[in-house]
Design a protein around this ligand. Sequence first.
Ligand SMILES: [Fe+2]
Length: 234
Amino acid sequence: MPRSGTGRSGGRCAHVMITLPPLPYDLNALAPTISARTLEFHHGKHHAAYVKKTNELAKARGLDGARLEEIVRKAAEAEDQALFNQAAQAWNHAFFWESMAPAGQAGAPEGTLLDMIARSFGDVERFKAAFVQEGGAHFGSGWIWLLLDGAGALKLATTHDAGNPLMSAQTFPLFTCDLWEHAYYLDHQNDRPGFLKAWLDGVCNWQFATRQLTLAREGKNGWRHPAPSMALAD
Ligand SMILES: [Fe+2]
């Protein structure tokens, strides 16, 4: 459903568009786990392309002005794989940037989160081993998620390609890591388990996970993609 902001402005049509969120840290902030060169291409090329194509397809489907979460859900409901792939990848990457923090600022599991990891996985080391094992064993491209399930337990899940947990009211993501080769190949070549271990130990944003868990337990929305904004487009 088109929303306001689709009128004429200065001879060009103004649209309400999904924007590419800026990285929440410098390009070199995640090195050596993720180099500045990887981050520059990942954010500036891959993620930017998903955002651009989402806007093109959403406009063609009459979804100009909708929030990204709504576009993802509507694409899934309509079995519109082309739009779903682009929109979900746009959302997943924005959530992925929030799932990381510069080395030394990433925190550690504490309090309720630590207790829940212990209940669900045994302890933090066993959780880390499970994360590396599941993410390493995932066949092909996708994502690995730490989720709070409907029963109040933590669990790991992987999704293929652009898949994400937005369609399930029973799962609430605390963080995600990108399993596509473009996420790690320049820095770790084919060693995905090595990348996942370095990711957990170095840049996984436990403070973000804690915030997500708190919001989930309070029955509130978790992180949402920045609202679409006015932009001039031909
Ligand atoms: Fe990616």
